[in-house]
Design a protein around this ligand. Structure first.
Ligand code: IDP
Ligand code: MG
Length: 137
């Protein structure tokens, strides 16, 4: 089942020079492709749309500040079961709980700075792709 998902390499991944490391793991999955990708600094409006579901939670404001703190890489990944697949590559939200071998498990320590965002369902992917690549996917 071919799908598309929205991935963000968060500011910590870019600052730490891990773009290649993380992209390499995605690229090496058989048959997956990257139809769109860009380095950009996210504005408040885009972040509010993207993380609207978390508004009001204690981590929301620090998350917004962190996500706007430097450039990110936004990309579309396409291929067989990419929505579940990139979530598996990323690992669970808390990097200490994430297994070694996953992106968050290998490189993260604190929950907020967990290196990567990946859409969590078909509905989220459709919504998020429209926010970050309107008219392109
Ligand atoms: P996800 O990125 O694994 O889907 P979500 O629950 O959707 O996790 O949370 C979005 C992002 O908010 C997380 O990736 C992480 O950066 C941050 N976050 C989530 N929960 C916490 C928390 O308890 N403390 C600090 N930051 C958090
Ligand atoms: Mg999420």
């Amino acid at each position: 089942m071919t799908q598309r998902t929205l991935v963000i390499l968060k500011p910590d991944a870019v600052r730490r020079g891990l773009i290649g490391e993380v992209l390499g793991r995605i690229e090496r999955k058989a048959g997956w492709t990257i139809p769109a990708m860009e380095l950009r600094t996210l504005d408040q409006e885009t972040l509010e749309q993207h993380y609207g579901e978390h508004k009001g939670k204690p981590f929301y404001e620090p998350l917004m500040g962190f996500m706007a703190s430097g450039p990110v890489v936004v990309l579309v990944v396409e291929g067989e079961r990419v929505i579940e697949g990139v979530r598996q590559l990323a690992g669970p939200t808390d990097p200490i709980a994430a297994a070694p071998g996953s992106i968050r498990g290998d490189f993260g320590t604190i929950v907020r700075e967990n290196l990567i965002h990946a859409s969590d369902s078909e509905e989220s992917a459709e919504r998020e792709l429209k926010i970050f690549f309107p008219g392109r996917v």
